[in-house]
Ligand binder design. Structure first.
Ligand code: GLN
Length: 538
């Protein structure tokens, strides 16, 4: 039995080089050698979690089974590995300070001056080491770019861990950038040299460099980088740009990254078996169909806001041998110009999750367009709530139907705040969060997709279907086909007399992976393809 090993992944030169995916891909490669891995993200901001941040600012908030609102990198970890993620897998500066300051108030440090070193760094180390149990390797991604003031305590903590745990139990992987300068016709290594210097200044010598670049690095360039950055030649790895992120583990495998890692950490593993990922990538290469799906939301200008959704649609497409062209539509534009303008040429309509009333009416118009024109429709969280409002207004003739998210005093709150939410204090971490069970009705679209009668999915919302309207909506043809085991909460709605119309109160996109596309995305894309084909036959 190996002792748990720690890999620390840092980033240099600039942000957006793909540190999260690089860390996740290391996880993929180690799992292919039969190792059990987990990943942790250290985020240098003062918020306790990203739950209250604007998606324009931070991108998607990813949710774990145990109800943590986390960084979107955890979504990558989930899609690339089998690691079981929980709130332990995302640590922020805010959480660290919060704990240390609470301890200080309780008198735990009595007589001492509380300082960044050792109190903050000890708290960080404790949280990293808390992931040891059951894992052969813990991969820790340090947010931000080396040189930022904010991430210094995290870097100091992992620097100390090398001494605490020993050289053979820790590994520093640094992601840098090697740009090709067209005017000079050359790849430039200087930014990488500087970035490593910055790391050395804080006492960290990287063991492996992942060099993000648009072409394979020649041996000559690798030798130069190795020489200037005090590394073995083999430890300079090309992290070449790819067309599809799921190729990254294969590119790194080709560069023998996994072998260098296990050699450096003195680990014994079985031979790597990367065939599952090779199959996925081969399948991507053979796709010969395409389908266009409109995603009608508010955060459409910032693609990271719908990261998991985007990936889940791609997985659904992959299963159906089709590219999914996502047409992002701003629901406020629909309010201005009407749904037809934007949705008449699409094969499926998806209304994703969201908060705040801006653009609500445009989303409701999008649902109506999909319902009336029999275009496959998928509503997620807020999207399901919009579908319930649309149906209430236009089919059940409840003209003033709305959600109390708009205003507490509305006449027909078909979506309302559930009892437990009425006494909530503060907005951070207080929604219905995390995994909840749901019972499915036999014969429904959901039941057919999952092929199970009890499922578990993750939630992140405050408002719920109002049970006072159940009977009325059911009598007009809305099928409440997914409910909580005690029958109190409506979790999935569907429509009869429609090829595929489904709204769910949870976020299925968080659980989709390329190896296991989520059943609802699989079926939604499938029905969108049939819609496309039937339209072209008419
Ligand atoms: N704003 C809605 C609610 O809080 C929907 C949330 C979401 O879509 N994630 O219930």
């Amino acid at each position: 039995m190996n002792k748990t090993k720690y890999i620390f992944v840092t980033g240099g030169v600039m942000s957006s080089l793909g540190k999260g995916i690089a860390a996740a891909s290391i996880g993929t490669l180690l799992e292919c050698r039969g190792l059990t891995v987990t990943l942790q993200k250290l985020d240098p901001y003062i918020n306790i979690d990203p739950g209250t941040m604007n998606p324009f600012e931070h991108g998607e908030v990813y949710v774990t089974d145990d109800g943590a609102e986390t960084d979107l990198d955890l979504g990558h970890y989930q899609r690339f590995t089998n690691s079981l993620l929980s709130r332990k897998n995302n640590l922020t500066t805010g959480q660290v300070y919060n704990t240390v300051i609470s301890k200080e108030r309780e008198g735990e440090f009595l007589g001492k001056t509380v300082q960044v070193i050792p109190h903050i760094t000890d708290e960080i180390k404790k949280n990293i080491l808390a992931l040891e149990e059951g894992n052969d390797v813990v991969i820790v991604e340090i947010g931000g770019t080396v040189g930022d003031i904010e991430s210094l305590p995290f870097l100091e903590a992992v620097r100390q861990l090398r001494t605490d745990l020993g050289r053979e139990n820790t590994l520093f992987v640094h992601l840098t950038y090697v740009p090709y300068i067209a005017a000079a016709g050359e790849l430039k290594t200087k930014p990488t040299q500087h970035s490593v210097k910055d790391l050395l200044q804080i006492g960290i010598q990287p063991d492996i460099l992942l060099c993000r670049t648009d072409r394979f690095l020649s041996d000559e360039i690798k030798k130069k980088i190795a020489l200037f950055c005090n590394l073995r030649f083999e430890a300079v790895i090309t992290a070449k740009d790819v067309d599809n992120i799921y190729e990254i583990p294969l590119v790194l495998f080709q560069e023998k990254l996994d072998q260098i890692i296990i050699e450096s950490l003195k680990m014994w593993t079985r031979k790597p078996d990367i065939s599952n990922w090779e199959k996925v990538v081969a399948k991507i290469g053979k796709i010969d169909d395409e389908v266009t799906i409109a995603v009608v939301g508010k955060y459409v200008a910032h693609k990271d806001a719908y990261k998991s959704l985007h990936e889940a649609l791609e997985h659904g497409g992959l299963y159906n041998n089709s590219t999914v062209n996502i047409k992002y539509v701003d629901s406020e534009d629909i309010e201005e110009k009407g749904a037809r303008e934007f949705l008449s040429n699409v094969d499926g309509v998806l209304v994703p999750g969201g908060f705040g009333s801006r653009g609500f009416e445009g989303k409701i118009q999008a649902v109506e367009f999909a319902r009336v024109n029999k275009i496959p429709f998928f509503g997620i969280c807020l999207g399901m709530q919009m579908a319930v409002i649309e149906f209430s207004r236009n089919v059940c003739d409840i003209k003033s139907a709305n959600t109390s998210e708009i205003d507490n005093g509305i006449k027909d709150p078909v979506i309302h705040l559930m009892e437990s939410q009425k006494n909530v204090n503060g907005l951070g971490g207080t929604m219905r969060l995390g995994a909840y069970p749901c019972k499915l009705k036999k014969g429904s679209l959901a039941y057919k997709a999952y092929d199970m009668n009890k499922i578990s999915e993750r939630h992140r919302h405050r408002f719920e279907f109002n049970n006072d309207y159940r009977e009325k909506l059911e009598s007009k043809g809305m099928v409440l086909c997914g409910v909580s085991p005690d029958n109190h909460l409506v979790e999935i709605v569907e429509l009869k007399d429609h090829p595929w119309f489904l709204g769910c109160q949870f976020h299925p996109e968080f659980k989709s992976t390329p190896l296991k596309p989520h059943p609802l995305f699989r079926e939604f894309v499938k029905s969108s393809l049939s819609h496309k084909n039937s339209a072209s036959n008419n």
